[in-house]
Design a protein. Structure first.
Length: 260
């Protein structure tokens, strides 16, 4: 009797372990993708080092884009959260690991997280690698219906500690592909003289940067956090100069992008 009881329990437990069977004949239209954003990185490491790092449990990307050949490696399934964003914020959304897809290009950047002020210190991206990466971004955006303002760099969502994908990444090309918003050049040129004559205070820049999407504390001072956020904005929109200093061109771009 004990043997029969034990056998019955074993069968019951085994059945529970496999889970219930589902009837999929009824489906709801009340759903959307969990993916809100795409975040673009560079690896700093070469391919071999990057793949070794991917074996760790504390860092990962969904996709890594190689150089020679320019291959897309799927490291983490899109249905899972990859650990690529870290402490992050954009337009009030935090913990972007849970709601974004991370793409990293094999590229050394400037050799670390602290941004170099000289664009010549940054490694150029391979044209073929960029072609493949942009195709991947377009595919992800299309499948998940990601809004243009949520196609981002790591430096956008974590400007106090990250600088990737750096000033060499061609954000203007993504804009030309319709993937991200971009300030109209003619309108920027029209507004720039007014800002040259009367540059707004730091509180204005902080307000505009926050309206664009950056996490920034409204201190009213040109403090380190503000310099880093301005630099991130400049690397994205004006990579020829990204010193983090407020100026008329940066002001005009911000003014156009925030719809004023």
């Amino acid at each position: 009797m004990k043997l029969l009881t034990s056998l019955a329990m074993a069968i019951l437990v085994a059945g529970c372990a496999t889970g219930p069977r589902f009837d999929d004949s009824y489906r709801s239209d009340g759903h959307r993708s969990r993916v809100r954003a795409v975040v673009i990185h560079y690896t700093v490491s070469n391919f071999e080092q990057t793949m070794r790092i991917m074996k760790r449990a504390d860092v990962s990307y969904h996709y890594v884009v190689g150089v020679d050949p320019p291959t897309v490696y799927r490291i983490v399934d899109e249905s899972r959260a990859a650990f690529h964003a870290g402490r992050s914020s954009w337009r009030g959304y935090t913990n972007l690991n849970e709601s974004s897809i991370g793409i990293s290009l094999i590229n050394r950047g400037s050799g670390g997280d602290e941004p170099s002020g000289n664009i010549g210190d940054w490694e150029e991206f391979s044209p073929a690698q960029l072609d493949v990466a942009i195709q991947l971004v377009k595919d992800i955006v299309s499948r998940h219906l990601i809004r243009p303002e949520f196609v981002l760099g790591h430096s956008d969502i974590a400007p106090q500690r990250k600088s990737d994908p750096g000033p060499r990444f061609p954000w203007k090309r993504l804009a030309d592909e319709g993937l991200i918003p971009w300030p109209d050049a003619a309108e920027v040129a029209r507004r720039r003289p007014g800002f040259e004559a009367n540059l707004p205070g730091i509180d204005w820049f902080q307000e505009k940067l926050a309206a664009f999407g950056y996490a920034i504390v409204p201190s009213g001072a040109l403090d380190e956090q503000t310099v880093r956020v301005i630099s991130a904005f400049q690397m994205r929109h004006r990579p020829s100069r990204y010193d983090g200093m407020p100026d008329a061109e940066t002001a005009a771009m911000l003014d156009v992008l925030t719809g004023q």
